[in-house]
Write a protein that binds this ligand. Structure first.
Ligand code: E4P
Length: 227
């Protein structure tokens, strides 16, 4: 069954979806836009997954983030982009961090070939950006399906999970879950759309108007003392 992560650093959103989320993912752009206190998010997650991304000097920043935040949450994973700004891979850094006992989420990946290499380097989470694949006309459903098949066949008991991120619509979420994505990280605005259906509201109104209370239904059997 696909797990749901929330793609946000907004504490109010995290609180309001707390009963369905298995984790939270952030990135530098989310933190810049939404703010949010990472220590507080760690405490809210209470051992559930939290991804925080390193940048600049990836290795040094990853170690510093981990030392700072791990005491607040054992579910911490440090995100490392698959490629740096010049197009060089970060596979050695992923390997080094993994060997030092740091959980790595290799991020910003767009292809099965990148996912294969990141998983082999030791990343425990591999993040595929479905919306960005779609932006360029790629078939993200096929890529997600291939990545799930590859990871399930090769990492079944070694615990490398696919996080599909960059989802823009409810349709994206459903497409990814239908092909077995291990995790889909969803922005609060998209999750909000997943709950809405006008006919459900209509139906709730009908039942609420017709509602007869438990006390009335049970009549004298409850007496005056109630249950
Ligand atoms: C996932 O981990 C990323 O934070 C995120 O989904 C990126 O999405 P974007 O393409 O909307 O920036």
């Amino acid at each position: 069954m696909s797990k749901i992560f929330l793609d946000t650093s907004d504490i109010t959103s995290i609180n309001s979806w707390n009963s369905v989320i298995s984790g939270v993912t952030t990135n530098p752009s989310i933190l810049k836009k939404e703010g949010g206190d990472l220590e507080e998010i760690c405490k809210l997650m209470d051992g559930r997954h939290l991804s925080v991304e390193s940048g600049g000097d990836f290795l040094q920043q990853a170690e510093t983030l981990y030392k700072w935040l791990y005491p607040f949450s054992s579910g911490l994973a440090i995100k490392v982009p698959f490629l740096d700004t010049k197009g060089n891979h970060n596979l050695d850094i992923i390997r080094e961090l993994t060997e030092a006992g740091i959980t790595v989420n290799c991020t910003a990946m767009m292809s099965l070939s990148q996912i294969i290499l990141a998983s082999k380097a030791g990343a425990k989470f591999v993040s595929l950006f479905a919306g960005r694949i779609d932006d360029e006309g790629g078939d993200y459903k096929e890529v997600v399906k291939d990545c799930v098949t590859y990871l399930d066949n090769n990492f079944f008991d070694k615990g490398c999970e696919l996080i599909v991120g960059s989802v823009r619509t409810v349709g994206n979420v459903l497409d990814c879950m239908k092909v077995g994505a291990h995790i889909v990280t969803i922005p609060p605005s998209v999750l909000q759309k997943m709950i809405t259906h006008q006919y459900s509201i209509f139906t709730s109104n009908q039942f609420e108007n017709d509602y007869i209370t438990a006390e009335q239904l049970s009549g004298q059997r409850l007496g005056t003392s109630g249950i």
